[in-house]
Ligand binder design. Sequence first.
Ligand code: HEC
Length: 180
Amino acid sequence: MSSDNNNLRKYDDILEEDNHLPNWWLAILFGSIVFAFGYWIAFHTTDTFPNPPVVYRADVDALKKARAAANPTSEEALTALVASPEALSEGQKVFSTTCASCHGQNAEGLVGPNLTDKFWIHGAAGKDILKSVNDGYPDKGMPAWGVVIGDAKARNVTAFVLSLKGKNLKGKDPQGDPVE
Ligand code: HEC
């Protein structure tokens, strides 16, 4: 090993120079670091930009809406209505004017069964309740409401009844079978 001056070293006859790294190279290095930091903030710590989970959730929501619109009486569509404040408040209005006289102001049951407990004569699923509302059980004292209030209100009041699940208000004694 020999050295000609402080900056140049020679190993095995190969001269090693000690040059500055070129600026374009440094620019790429530090630029990448800054970019990576910004990228991490933008895409991994917030949902501001369309990162894959955000895009995925938006796609799933859009698909659910499209399916619900295509078949508004499906179980999926009725369940989705329960999450809509407009549908619930519309349904609640229909309930107080049309149903409360027999099922009680709070659906705790009167002439008609308690709709807040877990006992059901005709089924607790959205489509069962919609069927009860639409077709009724005229010989048992539950009128068929479909022709009176129309499809949209029937769906909204069904969503409202679904939203009462788990309330278990004290009222009319249980009728029908328990549904978990
Ligand atoms: C005139 C009284 C009366 C009115 C008004 C009435 N219901 Fe009923 N409803 C009944 C009776 C009685 C039954 C029980 C039928 C049976 O025993 O099979 C019933 C049953 C039901 C059931 C099935 C309950 C179960 O256990 O399966 C649902 C759901 C229901 N009503 C919802 C409604 C809704 C929503 C409205 C308003 C749009 C409404 N009812 C209006 C009397 C009424």
